[in-house]
Write a protein that binds this ligand. Structure first.
Ligand SMILES: C[S@@+](CC[C@H](N)C(=O)[O-])C[C@H]1O[C@@H](n2cnc3c(N)ncnc32)[C@H](O)[C@@H]1O
Length: 229
């Protein structure tokens, strides 16, 4: 069911989350993302559904832990394991979760390629896949699909490679993100839709995909795959 929070309550939740961060930059980033990126509201709906399956939720490439904070702000209480290779982001995520009094949430400095090897549950990848080389991305998605228990959800939001102007805009943004140092990685490769969907055959997974760019100019799409029971 879509989120129907009153605008004033929604703003109050965003302010409470922003206040969990020490640095003004992180506070502003949290505000901007939660206000303007539709992925967080959408993910709340899918995480609620994932809570009915075993295994909890792996937030692979969790950054500052905004997904966990937003889920708890909406009383979605499945266990969340956030991982990210950037130790500074994990330190900030841990501090924010502590300040916000989050329970059942952990954060570790780990790469998605390592974390996925031992995880069985729902896997959420929000704007992360394109930082992995194609072969590694294939391995991560294959493993997530193979280890998903019945009812678990593999949720992917990513910019896509296609022929449209949004794709070109997304590439420009990625150039900026890398050169600003916010994501310390040298390469990225936006996936095309088939590079994602081919790992989730319809006889084993119920797919639900749609554009999810909100008011942004980016070529963001969301793929949710529910493991059939
Ligand atoms: C655009 S940010 C998105 C952060 C978070 N998912 C969100 O939506 O707020 C991409 C994140 O992917 C992380 N990342 C990059 N390479 C990764 C990898 N190999 N495994 C896991 N995370 C990775 C980056 O450190 C960064 O925090």
């Amino acid at each position: 069911m879509p989120i129907t929070t009153a605008p004033s309550e929604r703003s109050a939740r965003i302010e409470r989350i922003a206040a969990c961060f020490d640095s003004r930059w992180h506070q502003g980033y949290a505000r901007g993302k939660l206000r303007h990126d539709p992925v967080f509201d959408d993910a709340v709906e899918w995480a609620r559904r994932a809570g009915l399956a075993e295994g909890g939720l792996l937030d692979a490439g969790c950054g500052l832990g905004l997904l966990a904070l937003w889920l708890r702000a909406h009383d979605v209480d499945l266990p969340v394991r956030g991982i990210d290779p950037d130790p500074k982001k994990i330190t900030a995520a841990r501090a924010a979760a502590g300040r916000g009094g989050l329970r059942g949430v952990s954060f570790e400095t780990t790469d998605a390629r390592d974390a996925i090897a031992t995880f069985s549950g729902s896997v959420f990848l929000l704007d992360v896949l394109h930082y992995l080389p194609l072969a590694d991305r294939d391995r991560v998605l294959e493993r997530a699909a193979a280890a998903a228990p019945p009812g678990a959800i593999i949720y992917i939001r990513n910019g896509l490679r296609d022929r449209g102007w949004r794709h070109r805009f997304t590439r420009m943004e990625e150039w900026f993100v890398r050169h600003s140092g916010w994501i310390p990685t040298r390469k990225f490769r936006l996936p095309d839709a088939a590079e994602i969907t081919r790992h989730f055959p319809p006889d084993a997974f119920e797919p639900d995909t749609r554009p999810l760019w909100g008011h942004t100019p980016f070529n963001s799409h969301r793929f949710a795959f529910v493991r059939r029971r």
